[in-house]
Write a protein that binds this ligand. Structure first.
Ligand code: G4P
Length: 283
């Protein structure tokens, strides 16, 4: 295995978001934490536990269309054993979204009973949506709010700029910007977040990242991986990741001038006629 890049990304606006989440907690009845089903550990913000404390929580395992179904099922069971409701969703197709409102009502059933006992029969349920960047928060809100007129005006006493969305059946969602945490202690966490698009490209070496992704994927090749990159004729066990990157580049016709496929930190893998594999890139 080659070295994992040390990727870190915690711009100032995320500190502000963290504070805003904290400040707005009192306005909501529960928090829906959207995570990426492909990286169910790395996409969970470790700061969230201390931020949201005892507020009821529901986990939405999004992008489950791109994750292994069996593994997703095991995670849901894992959370169930910890008394946490987790549901698989796919905000591209809308799969699983119908379960959201009933599950929220289950999680809040005691509270709802208390409200009803106090005569508050039609009290709205307020849910804060949180998650890392690019995990699908907007997609989720857009899909859920589709049938409603969606945006709800800021209410008095609520921080200006808060976006509330009505999704029917008395539920309103509070949108929050994507937030990561100040330091990824495990560099593999940063790398997985980078693989799946939660980290801004500019803070890392994307070619090196592509190489590392291939290294990981070829260690655990799935039929989808083989199919996607047309690797049926490649012996992955005996192919180095750099070579694989070059093969994929060539298969996809991604050539720079001179027939060069790629460049990694000033070094390129030449594939022009007679060009030696791995030769230094000149200009
Ligand atoms: P964010 O608000 O949390 O930042 O995420 P956003 O909804 O913008 O989604 C980020 C990307 O993830 C979008 O792709 C979106 O389409 C995709 N996405 C969201 N949910 C799912 C899902 O369940 N499955 C799959 N496969 N993709 C999902 P994009 O390429 O940035 O935009 P677009 O071209 O799809 O609009």
């Amino acid at each position: 295995m080659s070295q994992v890049q040390n990727i870190q990304w915690f711009p100032g606006h995320m500190t502000k978001t963290k504070r805003k989440i904290q400040a707005n907690l009192k306005l909501v009845d529960a928090v829906a934490e959207i995570i990426d089903a492909r990286i169910p550990i790395s996409s969970r913000n470790p700061d969230l536990d201390s931020i949201i404390q005892n507020k009821p929580r529901i986990i939405l395992m999004n992008k489950c269309d791109m994750a292994d179904k069996v593994q997703t099922g095991r995670w849901i069971e894992y959370y169930r054993k910890q008394n946490i409701t987790a549901i698989p969703i796919d905000c591209k197709s809308g799969k699983g979204l119908n379960n959201f409102i009933p599950e929220v009502k289950k999680v809040l059933s005691e509270k709802i009973a208390q409200w009803e006992a106090k005569g508050m029969k039609n009290r709205s349920i307020h849910i804060m949506i949180v998650g890392i960047p690019n995990v699908g928060k907007s997609s989720f809100i857009n899909k859920m709010a589709k049938k409603e007129s969606a945006k709800v005006e800021d209410r008095p006493g609520v921080t200006r700029g808060n976006q509330w969305f009505s999704i029917g059946q008395g539920l309103e969602l509070l949108d929050t910007p994507g937030v990561l945490w100040p330091k990824f202690d495990d560099p593999e966490v940063g790398e997985k977040l980078a693989f799946t698009g939660a980290v801004k490209d500019q803070v890392m070496d994307t070619e090196l990242l592509a190489f590392r992704l291939l290294e990981v994927m070829s260690k655990y090749p799935t039929p989808q991986f083989i199919e996607r990159f047309k690797l049926q004729d490649i012996d992955l066990d005996s192919t180095e990741p750099y070579e694989l990157l070059e093969i994929i580049g060539r298969k996809r016709g991604m050539l720079m001038s001179g027939g060069v496929v790629l460049r990694v930190k000033g070094r390129a893998l030449a594939v022009s006629k007679g060009g030696a594999f791995g030769q230094d890139f000149q200009g």
